[in-house]
Design a protein around this ligand. Structure first.
Ligand code: ATP
Length: 259
């Protein structure tokens, strides 16, 4: 039996201006996989996510979500997205946790329809999954970075997606909560069968948790199982990054801890 392809990126290239930032990228995610996307700063990871979400169009190649070419794809409730900047509300932001989660239902019910009791129950249920139910009526801005990040996962989960895309979700989350965060992702992946794609700089941690890894620098340099990635020659990795990857991983963790 064929494995169900959730996402297929087929020879995709993209340039903002004259310079290619994504070049001939080929990758795919099968149902149930947790794919970690790593690469140096400016290597095109976020741009590739924008291409997958249809926010920018490839200059070459094709992308398919759940078997449909992106230009025909309309089941956006199947795709949850948590961005890099999700956990940066200031303390005065005038919305409760529950209100923020309910906005995740807009792709399902349309922008101008009112939320009803069922929608509220759905939002509470999503908060329960991320263990934030007790904060439902608190202001989003009063929560810590890690708690806000959980709320944004709940917002992404409320439309019952089959694929969750996360762009550097642990930036600004302290080390202890990063562990809890990975536990939550493991639960979503194994218990709810949600396929995951996560962009991160933390190579050490992602290889412990993801089933598969893609390492890119404009183009894909490695795509395979996490186990194989651990065997990926250190020297090859250092050449790709232009400096010691050991040091890069360490510095990132350090920065994260300080935020
Ligand atoms: N809107 C834009 N217009 C022009 N160039 C852009 C734009 N966004 C990104 N770039 C450039 O495209 C290249 C790839 O950027 P991108 O943000 O995709 O990389 P990244 O791997 O996500 O980087 P980081 O890890 O630092 O977040 C970089 O050289 C960046 O300066």
């Amino acid at each position: 039996m064929d494995t169900e392809k959730i996402l297929e990126v087929d020879h995709v290239s993209f340039k903002y201006d004259k310079e290619w930032v994504v070049r001939d990228v080929d990758l795919s995610i099968d149902k149930g996989q947790f794919l970690g996307l790593v690469g140096p700063n400016g290597s095109g990871k976020s741009t590739l996510i924008k291409l997958m979400l249809g926010l920018v169009k490839p200059d070459e190649g094709n992308i398919r979500l759940f078997g449909s070419k992106l230009r025909h794809f309309n089941k956006w409730q199947e795709v949850g997205f948590v961005s890099q900047k999700a956990n940066s509300f200031n303390s005065g932001f005038p919305a409760t946790v529950l209100e923020v989660v309910k906005t995740g239902l807009v792709s399902r019910i349309g922008a101008f329809r009112f939320f009803n009791r069922k929608h509220k129950e759905k939002a509470i249920e999503a908060l329960r999954v991320v263990e934030m139910e007790e904060y439902a009526y608190d202001s989003i801005g009063e929560l810590s970075g890690g708690q806000q990040q959980r709320v944004f996962i709940a917002r992404a989960l409320v439309s019952d997606p089959s694929l969750l895309i996360l762009d550097e979700p642990t930036v600004g989350v302290d080390a202890k909560h990063v562990t809890d965060f990975y536990d939550l992702l493991a639960k979503l992946n194994s218990e709810q069968g949600i396929s995951l794609l996560m962009v991160t700089h933390d190579i050490g941690t992602i290889t412990e948790h993801a089933t598969h890894v893609v390492c890119m620098n404009k183009t894909v340099h490695f795509h395979g199982a996490s186990e194989e990635y651990k065997e990926f020659d250190d020297e090859a990795l250092n050449r790709l990054y232009g400096h010691s990857v050991q040091q890069l991983t360490h510095n990132y963790q350090h920065e994260e801890n300080q935020l």
